[in-house]
Write a protein that binds this ligand. Structure first.
Ligand code: ATP
Length: 325
């Protein structure tokens, strides 16, 4: 079937750069002669028909804004067959022939199921600060979040060095240590405690054994939020019990990590990926996520992007260890 109208939505957790992606998808689509419709509130808006046609000026002046002008939501209904059927009916009613879905792991899982169920063309864009999608070196929002973490840790360090303390700073990542590990390197932290190596080594014990405070008067450790690590609070509890001689403090960075104006890297990434999504549809690609590898756009089948765990670069662990002496 010939594609005439493309719908675009953002889903799951918001990420800086989503607006730059919405702008790029909209403008590339219009440039190539498609009609574009913005779907508000993710899959929920697809079910409840919150849809508006987008012209080029609907996406003016948004490239620099964090969040997503389309809003985002989590939709339980879309997890059900009935909900997805309703979504399909909305698409037919709105004469939308293809979708661009911007979101994380869960959103692309939903996209994959929907695309299969209704034989509907969907292209995904990896929009998540967690960077946890396989098949792409980087996701939209990750660089901005990393910079936010770096700035926050810099500030915490100013106060940390005035006391002699062990600081655990919890960062987002939902079972992925990219933000914690690279955040730790960028901010010159002592260590990162990440879920990827949780079962291999006792990272806390290693930190203490290595004499974390030998030559310094304070230490900063980034902890990825995760049930496995128990997050920063879990680590602090352990220190209180097992190493009560240390004075521990916890900071949970929380939602500040999602906000803010996207960095240049994120804006460029989102712009390239958004344009590539339309290119992919023109090339008759279906059910792929746009990825970037070695600075080249690649198409990653949904099945790969969501099924595989993206490995961390273990060299980075070593670099962090060496530099924290
Ligand atoms: P982030 O990684 O930033 O949290 P995400 O896209 O992984 O983003 P989720 O909350 O996991 O966020 O998923 C977003 C939405 O995708 C869900 O609310 C749901 O509507 C849809 N979705 C997730 N998993 C499925 C599934 N297995 N089947 C159908 N829809 C799903």
């Amino acid at each position: 079937m010939e594609i005439k109208c493309i719908g675009i939505l953002t889903s799951g957790g918001d990420a800086p750069g989503m607006n730059a992606a919405i702008r790029a998808v909209t403008r590339s689509a219009i440039y190539n002669g498609f009609v574009v419709k913005g779907i508000y509130r993710g899959y929920r808006g697809l079910i409840t028909d919150e849809i508006v046609e987008f012209k080029t000026n609907n996406v003016s002046n948004i490239i620099q804004q964090g969040g997503t002008i389309l809003k985002t939501a989590r939709s339980q209904e879309f997890m059900t067959v009935e909900g997805r059927k309703q979504a399909y009916e909305t698409l037919q009613k709105e004469a939308i022939d293809a979708l661009v879905v911007i979101g994380g792991d869960g959103s692309l899982t939903g996209a994959r199921i929907f695309a299969q169920e209704f034989n509907f063309p969907i292209v995904g864009l990896p929009g998540t600060i967690d960077n946890d999608l396989y098949g792409t070196d980087i996701t939209i929002g990750y660089d901005t979040a990393l910079n936010t973490i770096m700035d926050a840790v810099d500030k915490i360090r100013d106060t940390a060095t005035s006391h002699e303390r062990l600081f655990f700073i919890e960062v987002m990542g939902r079972d992925a240590g990219f933000l914690a590990l690279n955040g730790a390197i960028a901010a010159g932290a002592e260590a990162a405690i990440i879920p990827e190596i949780f079962t291999e080594v006792d990272q806390l014990e290693e930190l203490i054994k290595n004499g974390f405070r030998k030559s310094k008067n304070s230490s900063i450790v980034l902890v990825a939020e995760s049930e496995m690590t128990g997050g920063a609070l879990g680590m602090a509890e352990r220190v209180k019990k097992e190493y009560p001689q240390y004075d521990v403090r916890v900071t949970i960075l929380g939602h500040i990590q999602r906000g803010g104006s996207p960095t240049a890297s994120d804006r460029i990434l989102a712009s390239r990926m958004g344009a590539a999504a339309i290119e992919a549809l023109l090339e008759d690609q279906r059910n792929v996520m746009i990825g970037i590898r070695d600075d080249k756009i690649v198409y990653v089948p949904f099945s790969q992007a969501i099924k595989n765990d993206k490995p961390i670069n273990r060299e980075l662990l070593n670099t962090l260890r060496i530099l924290s002496i």
